[in-house]
Design a protein around this ligand. Structure first.
Ligand SMILES: NC(=O)c1ccc[n+]([C@@H]2O[C@H](COP(=O)([O-])OP(=O)(O)OC[C@H]3O[C@@H](n4cnc5c(N)ncnc54)[C@H](O)[C@@H]3O)[C@@H](O)[C@H]2O)c1
Ligand SMILES: O=P([O-])([O-])O[C@@H]1[C@@H](O)[C@H](O)[C@@H](O)[C@H](O)[C@@H]1O
Length: 506
């Protein structure tokens, strides 16, 4: 691996500005205005994200039974976790930690301009109430801020127009039939994907212009679609995809149309759901255009814990022989997943999370088998967004013994997913600005458009063709930390600390 230097655009611009600043003090570059367009904006995740960022922006406080609360970013790597930079020169060698968001210039989430699409026309305040995720005292206060600050068309009483999604692309063949009554706000041209994709492109341009944005990121938090069977001549190249769209081919999913529109508008696309949106043709298009993609499926709760526990068991030399993962939930996502085809998409991404440790322990597992692994998801309206996950891990241990580990994990689905959505957007925006140079190259170049650095937030990371998939949470986080450290000229974390292990006079 050739040594290379990683310099963020910000540092290079700051260095250039410092070199030319008259008094030596560089004038800070203007903060870019970044937009976030959510597909599925009116869903539990989309409405909760929007309301939470409004609560931050307006410094709202609210009461629950346990007292007064203020907004926080708990669960977000960038906003609520730290990075170890090194050790102090004190005799105790105390480590120095800084907030991850302070290692490099990163987007402040509350500055995001949020918009997007939904096949449900509910205004965001109604969608937030429908989601029933946030406490009522906060919902009551934030509702007045869920208005369109840039709208020119005030309502009849002069109030600002409510935030409302743009019409979405609805295809009953891709989501559960139980979503049909929700689809009251859909684009025309049903069955004409090329025209629908063109409209999404126009929506992105319009959103960017309306809010005077420098850049936009599109994030799919829509319902889980059925996966498509990959077809040569349809999904394998950009030209094949475009031809299939122009010929109204049935195996072009709505999510693929949003993703294609985003890439053609030079806008990164992130897939927060498990369906195989990031087709080979789409990945090729991303590389041709140099526009980043990331996916699939937010890793928020049950699977996140599994990606830790499997790494622990296998790296401890134990041999997991069975994993039973069950959960029930009562939100609309669960309702959609109660349909077989949509469940299958989710099952694939939840099952695949053990692949890296299975390969790592190949000599312990039979090549074919690996641990028995079952995934069960049930819809139970009564629990709403508060998913209940029950897991059992059975492993072979020393001298024919068995070890059984059982977890009961109440995952507040949206309150765990939204911080990850924030990280996906903040880091996608940052990595768009990071460039690197190898010793033999004559200039800096961008990172690979398939943004596998965002794997920590995703159950089924999509990675560049020659790269191996990493699912284990620890290595995923270290990769993130190390790229941030490299951008500020620090060596990768390797836990060696030879200086504390080599013999010397203390
Ligand atoms: N912890 C989590 O919440 C979590 C974790 C991993 C993945 N996910 C995935 O994130 C997605 C959203 O989760 P949620 O709980 O917010 O679900 P949700 O059902 O509350 O929201 C999905 C929204 O997408 C809209 N929609 C569906 N198809 C659309 C289309 N083609 N265009 C525009 N809008 C469309 C729906 O009307 C709905 O408002 C789901 O696919 C879910 O599987 C969620
Ligand atoms: O991330 P995680 O908790 O393993 O997975 C979750 C599933 O267990 C849940 O059934 C589904 O509704 C959520 O969208 C999420 O995908």
């Amino acid at each position: 691996m050739l040594p290379h230097t990683l310099v963020s655009d910000e540092r290079r611009a700051a260095a250039a500005a410092a070199a030319t600043a008259p008094n030596g003090v560089p004038t800070p570059a203007p903060t870019p205005r970044i937009g976030l367009m959510l597909v599925g904006w009116g869903g539990n995740n989309g409405s909760t994200l929007t309301a939470a960022l409004k609560a931050h922006a307006h410094q709202l406080t609210w009461r629950s039974a346990d007292g007064v609360h203020t907004p926080n970013y708990l669960g977000s790597l960038t906003q609520a976790s730290t990075v170890a930079l090194g050790t102090k020169s004190t005799s105790h060698n105390e480590k120095v930690y800084v907030p991850m968001k302070d290692v490099l210039p990163m987007l402040d989430p509350k500055d995001l301009v949020i918009g997007g699409w939904d096949i449900s026309g509910a205004p965001l305040a109604n969608a937030m109430r429908r989601a029933a995720v946030l406490p009522w005292d906060l919902q009551r206060q934030v509702a007045e801020f869920l208005v369109d600050d840039a709208a020119t068309d005030a309502t009849s009483d002069g109030a600002r127009a409510p935030l409302r999604p743009l019409a979405g692309i609805y295809d009953a063949d891709y989501v559960a039939l139980n979503q049909r009554e929700r689809a009251d706000h859909v684009l025309p041209f049903p069955g004409q994907p090329w025209l629908q994709m063109a409209q999404i492109r126009a929506d992105i341009r319009g959103f960017k212009q309306k809010h005077a944005l420098d850049r936009v990121i599109v994030l799919w938090t829509g319902n889980t679609e059925r996966c498509v069977p990959l077809m040569v001549g349809v999904h394998d190249t950009p030209r094949a995809m475009f031809r299939a769209m122009q010929q109204n081919h049935a195996e072009i999913a709505p999510s693929v149309l949003y993703a294609t529109a985003a890439l053609l508008e030079d806008t990164p696309f992130i897939n927060g759901s498990p369906q195989n949106t990031l087709l080979p043709g789409l990945q090729t298009l991303a590389q041709i255009r140099g526009v980043p993609l990331a996916g699939d499926d937010f890793k928020s709760g049950q699977t996140k814990l599994k990606s830790v526990l499997m790494d622990f068991l296998v790296s401890a030399g134990l041999k997991p022989v069975s994993l039973a993962s069950y959960n029930h939930l009562g939100n609309n996502d669960g309702h959609n997943l109660s349909s077989t085809a949509q469940f299958r998409s989710k099952e694939v991404s939840k099952r695949g999370v053990v692949e890296d440790v299975r390969v790592a322990a190949r000599e312990n597992f039979d090549h074919a088998a690996g641990p028995d692994h079952i995934i069960v998801i049930k819809y139970m309206p009564a629990v709403g967004d508060s998913k209940r996950a029950i897991d059992e891990y059975v492993s072979d241990i020393f001298m024919g013994g068995k070890h059984t580990l059982t977890t009961y994990n109440v995952c507040e689905d949206s309150l765990l997913a939204v911080p990850l959505m924030i990280d996906l957007v903040v880091l996608m925006e940052l990595f768009q600005r990071v460039k690197y140079q190898t010793v033999d190259a004559d200039g800096f170049q961008p990172l690979h458009p398939i943004a596998s650095l965002l794997s920590y937030m995703l159950k089924a990371p999509v990675v560049p063709a020659r790269a191996a998939v990493v699912n284990a949470l620890g290595p995923q986080r270290r990769a993130l930390e190390n790229i941030l450290r490299a951008c500020v000229g620090l060596q990768p974390v390797n836990e060696l600390e030879l200086e504390n292990k080599a013999y010397r006079d203390f």
